[in-house]
Design a protein around this ligand. Structure first.
Ligand SMILES: [Zn+2]
Length: 246
């Protein structure tokens, strides 16, 4: 099984399967220290990320905020060979707190660190597609670049693939009616699977434990795509294995 985007284990969560590919993400520098206590194994990867909404007011007024964060990230990746950059990104909902230009510059600089270090990036994106496309055009990623929680159109997924990014599908694709869920059978670019656990809707969280959520997710995606589970699993595992080696 593959989970390309989940967050750190919660207190009391049962131990994780050792033969799964799991990429843990963080979305705030305050979580980065906890990564050292995160489960370690050859197939797990550790993400160091910061979302626009996690930038505190105090930090926002620092003149060198972006340079400082980039330098902390660079050092952190240097200390953890299994570390990647994520989740970082663009979120239109928080543009009143952190301007779209600042969000863009921060994402750009952090992606440059990933590129220089030869590590992947996992991107969070809420908002219009052209901004994300411009970010990819400007960065020109040379390492795996994953758009997590993707729910936009099949056409946009093709454009992202042309720009060097790989989409990752979370449970929202089947829990909500999205542009993508209605046309998933037409998806003809490589994709990954993720849970974003424990940040799933309360009903999903209560209905399934982590392991069951992962298998249900695979099952529901295969139904929506009209392809058999084994075929989906093989494609996702192949892609994830490739990305997990750096
Ligand atoms: Zn997340």
């Amino acid at each position: 099984m593959v989970d390309m985007h989940r967050h750190l284990p919660q207190v009391g969560e049962p131990s994780l399967e050792q033969d799964w590919i799991i990429w843990f993400a963080t979305s705030d520098t305050s979580e980065w220290n906890r990564m050292t206590e995160a489960p370690h194994n050859q197939l797990y990867r550790h993400g160091y990320g910061i979302l626009p909404q996690s930038i505190s007011h105090e930090r926002l007024v620092e003149p060198d905020m972006i340079t400082n964060l980039a330098s902390i990230l660079d050092t952190t990746l240097g200390n953890n060979p299994l570390g990647y950059v994520g989740e970082i990104g663009l979120d239109v909902r928080f543009e009143n707190d952190i301007s779209s230009e600042t969000q863009f510059s921060l994402a750009y600089e952090l992606m440059q660190i990933a590129k220089r270090r030869g590590r992947p990036t996992v991107i969070h994106h809420i908002g219009p597609m052209p901004r994300l496309e411009r970010l990819l055009e400007e960065v020109q990623p040379s390492t795996p670049t994953i758009i997590h929680g993707y729910v936009k159109s099949v056409e946009s997924a093709r454009r992202l693939a042309d720009l060097g990014a790989t989409i990752s599908l979370g449970p929202t694709v089947w829990t909500h009616k999205t542009k993508l869920s209605e046309h998933l059978a037409k998806l003809d670019v490589p994709f990954l699977l993720e849970t974003d656990y424990p940040f799933v809707s309360a009903s999903l969280h209560d209905a399934y434990g982590y392991d069951t959520l992962c298998s249900t997710h695979l099952h529901r995606i295969s139904e929506l795509m009209g392809r058999n589970i084994g075929e989906i699993e093989e494609q996702v595992y192949g892609q994830a294995t490739l990305f997990t080696h750096w």
